[in-house]
Write a protein that binds this ligand. Structure first.
Ligand SMILES: Nc1ncnc2c1ncn2[C@@H]1O[C@H](COP(=O)(O)OP(=O)(O)O)[C@@H](O)[C@H]1O
Ligand SMILES: [Mg+2]
Length: 240
């Protein structure tokens, strides 16, 4: 196996009953890279992340992660192999503290004490605001801080790859920048990201490689800098 190929999706079909949300989707995420998946509302971006996580069963195609086939494998095994997921909508437990929310991210490896202290050290180093607020209830955090917390929780098990669904949705512009800067910083520490975004400009700016998904099909792909220069991408998908 070529070690750089962390996630490989080949010819994936998936959907809901009669709705085919993904049509022959192929995509690849390399280790230590940021790969952006952009496209309009309803394109199938969330469905693709759910299919990778095993929450939606593909009707055709293959998914492999860390060189192992994971198509339709139980999600807990996928997570054990080092895959993190940050669902759309900044989902945190509002009545629990920041620290308790992060601890939930450790649940599958809760008996690993060394990991526990390493993970808290890393997250609090990357997100000093979360450290300052570690005893505060998550529900009292700002939207941007809740998004940081949701990302932090997914990082607790030291995943090699994190799937992030629309982290900038509904955030004020300065917080959008902060979220993207944080993702870029985490990549430096060796984590790869598959970043789903409707805010395509911001995503392409930090991504190494990007895919444009529209109506369930990959329409375009390439190095993010090159895609950003294409007239079609600029007009149709970036609104520039
Ligand atoms: N739970 C569901 N049941 C039925 N149809 C769904 C469901 N979730 C998404 N869809 C449909 O699948 C398509 C892709 O949706 P989605 O993956 O959420 O797109 P995106 O994340 O790009 O906005 C859309 O046509 C959407 O209406
Ligand atoms: Mg979505």
């Amino acid at each position: 196996m070529e070690p750089d190929r962390l996630l490989v999706v080949e010819g994936l079909d998936a959907g809901y009953g009669f709705i085919q949300a993904l049509n022959q989707v192929s995509l690849r995420v390399d280790a230590r890279s940021i790969t952006a998946l952009v496209g309009p509302n309803g394109a199938g971006k969330t469905t693709l992340l759910k299919a990778i996580m095993g929450y939606v069963a593909p009707t055709a195609g293959r998914i492999s992660f860390c060189g192992q086939p994971i198509t339709s494998s139980p999600t807990h095994r996928t997570v054990g192999c080092g895959l993190g997921y940050v669902p759309q909508g900044r989902i945190v437990f509002p009545q629990m503290t920041v620290q308790e929310n992060l601890a939930i991210g450790l649940y599958l490896r809760r008996h690993d004490r060394a990991l526990r202290s390493r993970a808290f050290d890393l997250i609090y180093a990357v997100f000093p605001r979360l450290y300052e607020r570690r005893w505060q209830r998550a529900g009292t955090l700002s939207g941007g801080e809740q998004q940081m917390l949701a990302i932090g929780r997914a990082l607790m098990t030291e995943p090699k790859l994190v799937l992030v669904d629309e982290p900038s949705l509904g955030l004020a512009p300065n917080l959008v920048d902060l979220v993207f800067e944080t993702v870029a910083k985490l990549r430096e520490s060796g984590t790869a990201f598959l970043l789903v975004e409707q805010n395509a400009v911001a995503a392409l700016e930090i991504a190494d490689y990007a895919y444009v998904l529209d109506l369930g099909r990959i329409h375009l792909e390439g190095p993010a800098g090159e895609l950003m220069q294409k007239d079609e991408v600029r007009q149709v998908y970036l609104g520039l």
